[in-house]
Design a protein around this ligand. Sequence first.
Ligand code: AHM
Ligand code: MG
Length: 336
Amino acid sequence: MKTLGEHIVDKQSEFPDATGELTSLLSSIKLAAKVVNRDINKAGLVDIIGSTGVHNIQGEDQQKMDLFANEKFKAALEARGQVCGVASEEEDEIIIFNSEKGHNGKYVVLMDPLDGSSNIDVNVSVGTIFSIYRRLSPVGSTPTLDDFLQPGSAQVAAGYVIYGSSTMLVYSTGYGVHGFTCDPSLGVFYLSHENMQIPEDGRIYSINEGNYLAFPPGVKKYLKYCQEEDKETNRPYTSRYIGSLVSDFHRNLLKGGIYMYPSTSTYRNGKLRLLYECNPLAYLVEQAGGRASNGFTRILDIKPEQVHQRVPFYCGSLNMIKKVESLIQEHHTQES
Ligand code: AHM
Ligand code: MG
């Protein structure tokens, strides 16, 4: 059985110019994931569940585990010197690693250290999402905001960790999507899902239907389409929504499906953040043969303007995304 470490090194050896820095960076993420996994597994026994009573810059309640995971990932990323800075859902501003080692790092990492963290209180799966870019500013200098505001198409790697009934790390460096399952007795991630491909046509739709009244007309039409009976296209589809993005994404990646978070009355631009939630998952889904869009534009083509910017998100099986895009665009034109 191949371990994650061996797999990363094998992939690296396919590139003669590789210096091993990205390999080492991915190992840092693996290490922090193990630490966070250990503590999530003890939730309920130790004082890590529940809210800190503090809100982040986006007005959201920070959970104790959010902050714990944020600290662990930041520390792991700073330790080895490949990373010059980090943007995180839990940090108002970008974090610059201000040391000679930090300034010499080639990469920036954007992350949601613990997505869906309120689910921990009720023993539902959560995840870590990460996105890696080569910096634009010269190595050796202080990184700038522009290093973080690159379009998703410039990602050199992305992935997630799902802390579920088993813990998995799924990543891509642009050569397929590979999944590794943690053997808890050894603390080792083994390759379990090589070259993951999302079916072109799925049968699962995932959306918070409680927000239905505020959805764009095209999305309402699409939901109707999902629920209609039609033997030829295997409808009605089935509805599955965990409310934990990584878990919903992971299930749809394996089985085929569509995840949607449109604009709502509370979140005019959708709830999910472009840089550290949508871009990494869009990169992975494309690598797996799927598609991700804001209804009009490919997610990976959007030029970010702010670190915490939100975007409507439609992501999953190729033909399902094409269908919802066509309805969104058709009904948008009719309205305007
Ligand atoms: P978070 O980053 O504050 O945890 O919020 C993101 C989460 C996603 O995991 C999930 O898909 C979504 O919010 C659920 O939102 P809602 O409860 O509005 O359906
Ligand atoms: Mg999140």
